[in-house]
Design a protein. Sequence first.
Lengths: 112, 113
Amino acid sequence: GDSVTQMEGPVTLSEEAFLTINCTYTATGYPSLFWYVQYPGEGLQLLLKATKADDKGSNKGFEATYRKETTSFHLEKGSVQVSDSAVYFCALSEYNFNKFYFGSGTKLNVKP
Amino acid sequence: NAGVTQTPKFQVLKTGQSMTLQCAQDMNHNSMYWYRQDPGMGLRLIYYSASEGTTDKGEVPNGYNVSRLNKREFSLRLESAAPSQTSVYFCASREGPLSSEQYFGPGTRLTVT
């Protein structure tokens, strides 16, 4: 079945450091891939997405590239800010978007 | 524009009690979802409703029932709560077949003692 595996956290970085959060997936078909972000006490918000192989999703300085050959969708940001502190979830959905599968989440702490 | 709203925000139940979690969206979305979030396990889909009048099981439906009351509202019922159902519950909605983005409510924190 479909599944998503993320690197365990928490990840602690200093402000302006480079961020990578690893995500790999298993899927039977050709899924769309997503990164969602959850700020403390809130629901999840879509951060970025990619719908086919080699697509790059980007938003607010975050990027992720859909790599079919390595079944990966790693999240990167060149220079993190304290305001990026949150939990980040990788997710996938197959063609009709009726079901979504989420990874376990990676907590990011950014220190000034 | 309130988006997705959930009530209540917090709830404590005793084992065996029943309750209904309410969810409503004002975005005229077709699809709605219920998830539970547990530490170290991410979000797991309980039930979803692809469109008004339809509901389907997700990964972890046991112990839950749902009702798509109308296009706006999608409720989750626990008939006989168990400690294993202690979790944070999120409702989400999605516009329709061509849209992949889900919009999430703020969550309900449920504790079963």
